[in-house]
Design a protein around this ligand. Structure first.
Ligand SMILES: Nc1ncnc2c1ncn2[C@@H]1O[C@H](COP(=O)(O)OP(=O)(O)OP(=O)(O)O)[C@@H](O)[C@H]1O
Ligand SMILES: [Mg+2]
Length: 248
């Protein structure tokens, strides 16, 4: 079975969408059949690849997920667009709260046939993130190299533990990636040391540097790997892909 990677952190703007999108692009460029799933009503992963948000979220649509999948400019990369509909978010939340297995079955069925699925989560610990965690085989958490990086992570980890306990043996901790790393800043090194000290070997060796090419790429509907292949950001995401692939 393929790997379903939930990219989550309840903090906003830490690089979840950027990481999900560029990892998905890198894995697909390595020849792996990859699906990027946009579960965030902001739909940044969708528009970042030049796609249009869906009128109805594929997860609550009656149609099989496969019918909502769209292709991208990268051959092996497909996208399951997000939806901006508040009503759909509420429907997903209600289904998830009711303990119904509908969403999980829908995901297991629709996401099972890919080598990799990357799920981009919204910045919250709400029902969308829980739904994504429940449907995933691993969780990858981007942490931004800034002062409040570790604050709030305890709640995030509690939610992950909850989901792990509800489904023993399914969800694993895939790893932590440090984003917007600025080697010239003392603060970056302090945060990196603290995160590595606290989380140990689950922190990826690769760090993602702060790089303007990374932030420009989505406005050209591209991953940084295509937009600026020689940039430090592109190199870092390529290395991260290799680390993710290696840690089966
Ligand atoms: N390595 C980087 N270098 C420079 N800018 C970056 C980098 N990573 C992310 N950014 C920029 O930081 C901002 C936040 O990134 P992103 O949207 O990926 O975070 P997020 O966690 O998905 O946010 P949200 O919680 O709102 O969904 C974006 O403007 C993005 O372009
Ligand atoms: Mg995002």
């Amino acid at each position: 079975m393929g790997r379903i990677v939930c990219v989550a952190n309840q903090k906003g703007g830490v690089g979840k969408t950027t990481t999900a999108s560029n990892l998905a692009a890198g894995l697909a460029k390595g020849g792996l059949r990859t699906l990027l799933v946009d579960l965030d009503p902001q739909c940044n992963a969708t528009t970042g690849f030049g796609a249009v948000p869906a009128a109805e979220h594929p997860l609550v649509s009656e149609r099989p997920l496969a019918e909502s999948v769209v292709s991208t400019d990268i051959e092996s990369l497909s996208l399951l667009p997000g939806s901006r509909s508040v009503r759909d978010v509420e429907r997903i939340a209600a289904l998830s709260r009711s303990g119904s297995a509908v969403l999980e079955q829908h995901m297991a069925y629709g996401l099972g046939g890919w080598d990799y699925c990357l799920i981009d989560c919204p910045p919250s610990l709400g029902d969308l993130t829980r739904t994504a965690l429940a449907g995933s085989t691993e969780v990858l958490m981007p942490i931004q190299c800034e002062y409040f990086a570790l604050e709030g992570l305890t709640q995030m980890i509690e939610v992950i533990r909850d989901v792990m306990q509800a489904r023993p043996g399914r969800l694993q901790f895939g790893g932590i990636v440090l984003t917007m790393h600025e080697a010239s800043l003392e603060l970056t090194h302090e945060v990196e040391a603290e995160v590595r000290d606290f989380f140990g070997e689950i922190v990826f060796e690769t760090v993602i540097p702060r790089d303007v090419a990374v932030s420009e790429a989505p406005s050209h509907a591209m991953s940084v790997l295509d937009y600026a292949p020689r940039s430090a950001g592109a190199r870092a995401y390529t290395e991260l892909c290799m680390e993710v692939r290696d840690c089966e």
